[in-house]
Design a protein around this ligand. Structure first.
Ligand SMILES: [Zn+2]
Length: 112
């Protein structure tokens, strides 16, 4: 379900809404002051989603991608960079998967 974030033009607070039916957007009011004057802001959710589709479109160049993964240190690099970008700690199990993949052991569930 899409998450929409709106910044209130009256009090400046940001309210987040889970919206199933887009016509309901017109009825939204600020959580804090009930103002109807809201500006849509880019939420983390939408932002993250657009990163995924950019990554997928970059995979359309299969040769380039295969060459990229021929270099062991590039395996998992994208994952590490993504965690770093959002200031998140990489879970231990993911770190282990990346380090064994770099030693040539691809986990069976990864389908290149
Ligand atoms: Zn407000």
């Amino acid at each position: 379900m899409p998450i929409y974030e709106y910044k209130c033009r009256s009090c400046g607070e940001i309210s987040s809404y889970l919206i199933r039916f887009t016509p309901l957007i017109k009825k939204l009011v600020c959580f804090y002051c009930s103002s109807k004057y809201l500006n849509k802001v880019m939420s983390m959710f939408t932002h993250h989603k657009s990163n995924i589709s950019n990554f997928e479109s970059s995979l359309s160049n299969v040769d380039k991608t295969m060459n990229y993964y021929q270099t062991p240190k590039n395996i998992g690099k994208n994952v590490e960079e993504t965690f770093e970008k959002y200031n998140l700690e990489i879970p231990k199990s993911i770190k282990e998967t990346i380090s064994s993949a770099r030693q040539g052991e691809l986990p069976p569930q990864i389908d290149l």
